[in-house]
Design a protein around this ligand. Sequence first.
Ligand SMILES: [Zn+2]
Length: 277
Amino acid sequence: MAKQLVRFASAGIPIQCEGGNLEAVEYSRRLGLGALELEFVRGVKMKEETARAIAASAERNDVLISSHAPYYVNCCTQEKEKVVSTIRHIFSSAQVTGWCGGTITVFHPGYYQKLGKEEAFQAAKKVLLMIKEKMDKEKVKCVLGAETVGKKSAFGGLDEVIRLHEELGFVWPVLDFAHLLARGDFPCKTEEEYRKLFDAVEKKIPGYGKNFHSHFSSIEYTEKGERNHLPISANVPPYKPLVKMLAENGIAGRVVCESPRLEYDALIMQEEYLKHV
Ligand SMILES: [Zn+2]
């Protein structure tokens, strides 16, 4: 069998795991998953000691760690207090992820509110530079993963997260396939479309396909964009053409399963992927 280049992860503690984040690392390995995304979405509360223990377990069990930063951030905000809290949340998430031995923390870039596209971009860039400055000062090494958002009112379309990387090398695009579909950024339905998506990103960011980071679930959406995450069996977008395309093109990286069935669906995706490597 060829080498498995894509690792699959549960978005947070697997449903069947009775412990916390620390136990979830070894549990993921026991299930056969080579990655885990820690959910700091309701605030970064993890102590350094726990994080260091997670790093040791992740190394021992060969599980790659990433995290999802708190939801309450908006890099485009014009409110001073919100700028401060956005910096604090994303910085803490990066710092703790680093302690966990993780390499990337994923964040939702923000909302346009009253800003135009360009103004929103410049606002986000400014805030991200401030976060990076703090990270450098505190010697935090963690990539900031800008997730493609699912709503039309949100800043973080595919073009915008690519541009963030182009202008800020420490930002790495995170492809949320369900969001790309729901927002109308990319069709994500057939193998061909998935291949075109990766080709398009690779063209702008050479090497992306050697280390991509992504989120997967099915989704319910309206003309405004996402409404709800669904189990992958809903097949919108479909996972089978994605994993086949990833396997057959030797693309390397991580798929974090954000369906309500977490590890169950991550394992189904992995099983399907392994049929094609
Ligand atoms: Zn997210």
